[in-house]
Design a protein around this ligand. Structure first.
Ligand SMILES: [Zn+2]
Ligand SMILES: [Zn+2]
Length: 254
């Protein structure tokens, strides 16, 4: 999985964990380096600033954060990322793209965690783009398609399909199984899929059993499992699937 050959796109799982620190892992934080612009994150859970620094990744060079849904383990790291930029003299803009409601929820999160921070003077802009479910748009050189999934979080939850550097990366976010997932994954070189529990049914989440049952509907080259509970982590690798860990690096094309 971790090769040294040159490649167009490098995906690093700075955080591959669930919301509750299972296995000592950081919350969702997937770092993508590509030839078409600044590195970007897919999700930015509350622990992400620490996760990036632990992985040796510079938070200051991240140009864009794409957010699947507005739960703390997926977007709660944004206030820390913004304030880190403020205190390190960042000047380049930071784009945040997420579901409808992202601008208001980010403002609330910043004011809750660091009162006065939302309107603070800083040397860089934080630009929020709200993604229309079912839509396709370009964000900072990344072609982003979003699909509404099943995971109540105060705003429409999204699966994301990203085309960048000639590669297609698909991401389930958190969701119950939905017919949106085959569309999200179709033709992708990499599908990053939640596998919360092995087979236990947890409302609005994917289990490994869901993915295994529907694997032939997922027309993608590789499936890498993430967001695993202790129950799923204890199962180890499963045939036909790969598993992420904090620091795991994937090169595309492989
Ligand atoms: Zn989550
Ligand atoms: Zn969630």
């Amino acid at each position: 999985m971790d090769q040294t050959a040159p490649s167009a796109v490098t995906v690093t799982f700075a955080g591959s964990g669930d919301a509750f620190g299972s296995g000592g892992r950081y919350q969702a934080c997937i770092h993508v380096r590509h030839p078409d612009g600044e590195p970007f994150l897919v999700d930015c859970g509350a622990t992400s600033l620490t996760a990036l620094k632990a992985a040796g990744l510079d938070p200051g060079e991240i140009g864009t954060v794409l957010v699947s849904h507005l739960h703390g383990d997926h977007f709660g790291g944004l206030p820390f990322l913004v304030l880190d930029g403020q205190f390190t003299g960042r000047t380049s803009p930071l784009t945040v793209a997420g579901p409808p409601g992202t601008a208001a929820r980010l403002h609330q999160a910043m004011e809750t965690l660091f009162p006065g921070s939302a309107g603070a003077d800083r040397r860089f802009a934080v630009e929020v783009t709200e993604l229309e479910p079912g839509g396709r748009t370009a964000v900072s050189g990344i072609e982003v398609s979003s699909y509404e999934v099943s995971h109540p979080s105060g705003a429409p939850p999204l699966a994301l399909r990203l085309t960048v550097g000639g590669q297609v990366i698909a991401y389930t976010g958190d969701t119950a199984w939905t017919d949106a997932l085959p569309a999200t994954a179709a033709g992708a070189g990499l599908l990053i899929a939640e596998a919360y529990y092995f087979s236990k049914v947890i409302p609005y989440h994917l289990s490994f059993a869901d993915l295994a049952a529907h694997r032939d509907e997922l027309a993608c080259r590789r499936v890498v499992l993430t967001h695993m509970s202790a129950d799923m982590l204890a199962r180890g690798d499963q045939p036909g699937f790969e598993t992420a860990w904090d620091g795991c690096v994937i090169h595309l094309p492989d």
